[in-house]
Design a protein. Sequence first.
Length: 339
Amino acid sequence: MYIGIAPLRISFAGGGTDQPEFYEKYNGNVICTTINRFTYVVVHKRFDKSFQTFSPDFQKHYRPTEFKKIEIEDGVEIAASIVKFLKFKKGVDIVLQSDVPAGSGLGASSSLAVNLVNTLLYLQKKKYSDKKIAETCFEIERKILKWPMGKQDEYITSIGGFQNIEFKTNKVNVKPISMNKKSLLELQNNLLLFFVGKTRDSAKLLSSQLKKAKTGNKKTIESLHKVKQFAAEMNESLQNSDLNNFGDLLHKGWMAKRNFTEGISNKKIDKIYDLSRKLGASGGKLTGAGGGGHLLLYCEKQKQKKLISKMKKLGLTHIDFKFYNKGPKILDLYKDLGI
């Protein structure tokens, strides 16, 4: 039995500029980090050559099927598409699970993709670089599954850590953000994460944003340029271990992101966000595509108690998390137990 573990992520700035529809014309820039919340892949070899998968999160079961007869179905599309793409013809049972619900805005789908690709490559005795794993997952998700997403999730999960990622037409540069330990801990302690509720339709929001970027919609393009600039400013501040402007840059980025396309925010979310600012948060944003998921807030430690209490009374779930500086890993129970 093999267990793959891969981290989820939080994106702080530049989200949206990692879509090829934007970065192939203007270049993109994203600031993000992996956190100590994970996806899990359990792979067990079968006695025959059939493929079977379970997705407890979606309550889906794909019955044992020969490789040549595998079809991509909702709920198990990640596993089916990856097995076909990698031409993994050995019989396996696969279980996919996550620490967060679907539509969380924390990059769970891409984390699962990276996780499974990494695990199956291990079983095939193949070695891909972190970047090749990221590009492989992006190709599967974009070209095969037709998901309207950017590249940051695959890259940050594959590489791990706190990163400044630059996207260009034929190149992706990943540059670690170096902060002194005291400032990094202060940043972590000043961040609050709340689950607002499942994203209504992230694919619809991303498709609309992608279409507007592709057709050169002025409002969308200008907003994307703004969040790209905020990412550059945030990177400079973080490299200098200067947190003075972090909350303000989060706020500016969120104001710009709401102009990407309709539906990224709504009256309920706006009300909650405005209240959080009155209670001490200097800035924040919805993680992921918007419309729901998790609300990230920057609030100094001494102001957090009242804010957390109020968010809980509004029905939001407080999610405790820490930064995590590693990418995916595999537990080989046969090897680890000396079997």
